[in-house]
Design a protein around this ligand. Structure first.
Ligand code: NAD
Length: 289
């Protein structure tokens, strides 16, 4: 897997591209928005500089890695990729359209993987003529740091595809776990009540976000639910909540909270927007304000 295509240069796509180039792959990073590509490149350069400063990479290795990254606004530039990892917005129709187009333009042997948090891999595979070569490859945020990768086996995914993606994740220094194609897979299923009960507490006026975050951290979690929502992006978190709720036939256990939608309507999308449940100074990764 020397040639990798990444679709979507947002929070996750740029992180996945960074992991791939720092492990020797040639990457074409595709996005429909030119500014997403520019800002992805700036962020990847920053991560490489940081890795060099911390002694995790030689300066020459950092330069080599950057040379392996190509940005593109044309899906056809992914034609020669051996594996494509899609990290476009969490919207089934949009992803199905992308998978249909990827199937048309990529070499027939290419594996098509989705970084979806919750959507059906089987439904994405069904949009292609190669469902046996379609699987989930679900990285966690921030992708350069988090080790877990859920490799999702759709109903039609071939064992070979699962094996190849498990091996790829291991070569990239990740810890793959093979999971079934079920809404939210394992992590996002378990995580739903983590966010939703916290939102209900705030909605009922029981406690405010900083109090809940502090309490949850005191229990040993690295981040509280509101800090984590800000890191993920409130728009992404809402889309995943809605998708899991719908996929479970509107089981009330998974019902999204109106506060999530209100925050998205206000443009308070979290760190990437400078404000979510907390305010942030300019730039990604800025301190909590
Ligand atoms: P994001 O909003 O940060 O980035 C999405 C990118 O996709 C944007 O740059 C946008 O311009 C681009 N895009 C929009 N339409 C496109 C199209 N038709 N073709 C190509 N690119 C297109 O989103 P994100 O947080 O990176 O999430 C991407 C995927 O990863 C989603 O499926 C999400 O559920 C999943 N995911 C997100 C997180 C997280 O913490 N944010 C974690 C794991 C998985």
């Amino acid at each position: 897997m020397e040639r990798v295509g990444v679709v979507g240069a947002g929070t996750m796509g740029r992180g996945i591209a960074y992991v791939a180039i720092t492990h020797g792959a040639e990457v074409v990073l595709y996005d429909v928005a030119a500014e997403a590509l520019t800002s992805a490149r700036t962020q990847i350069e920053g991560w490489l500089r940081e890795a060099v400063a911390k002694g995790r990479l030689e300066a020459a290795e950092g330069q080599e890695a950057l040379r392996r990254l190509r940005l593109s606004g044309r899906l056809e530039d992914l034609a020669a990729a051996e594996v494509v990892i899609e990290a476009a917005p969490e919207d089934l129709a949009l992803k199905q359209d992308l998978f249909r187009r990827l199937d048309q333009c990529c070499v027939p042997t290419a594996l098509l993987a989705s970084n979806t948090s919750s959507l059906s891999i089987t439904a994405l595979g069904a949009a292609t003529r190669r469902p046996e070569r379609v699987a989930g490859m679900h990285f966690f945020n921030p992708a350069p740091v988090m080790r877990l990768v859920e490799v999702v086996r759709g109903l039609a995914t071939a064992e070979e595809t699962v094996r190849a993606l498990v091996d790829l994740a291991r070569r990239w220094g990740k810890t793959p776990v093979v999971v079934k194609d079920t809404p939210g897979f394992i992590v996002n299923r378990v995580a739903r009540p983590f966010y939703l009960e916290a939102l209900r507490l705030v909605g009922e006026g029981v406690a405010d976000p900083p109090t809940i975050d502090r309490l949850v951290r005191a229990l040993g979690f690295r981040m509280g639910p509101f800090e984590l929502m800000d890191l993920i992006g409130l728009d992404v978190n809402l889309a995943v909540s809605e998708s899991v709720y719908r996929a479970f036939f509107e089981d009330p256990r998974f019902r999204p909270h109106p506060l999530q939608r209100l925050m998205v309507q206000a443009g308070r999308l979290g760190r990437k927007a400078g404000q979510g449940w907390y305010r942030y100074a300019e730039g990604p990764g800025a301190e909590r304000g």
